[in-house]
Write a protein that binds this ligand. Sequence first.
Ligand SMILES: [Zn+2]
Length: 82
Amino acid sequence: MFEDETVDIACPKCGHMNTILVRELEQSTEAHIVCEGCKAHVKVEAAEFQNRLHKIEDEVEAMETEARQAGRPKPRKGDFQI
Ligand SMILES: [Zn+2]
């Protein structure tokens, strides 16, 4: 579901936000990236992001539930917002 999603990893040294694919994190327990800002090697713990991903999934689920509930009651013609 999040295969093409990206996450921003803040470099602990310079604070530069490095964008990496979630897919890369799912393949192993940790990933190593080179900061685009200061070229430092940054180790990324996948577990940390899996927590974040679960939170995002929960939020998406909540939004979907909300949308379903909002879509159900008494639709009126000409009252739709797209
Ligand atoms: Zn950096």
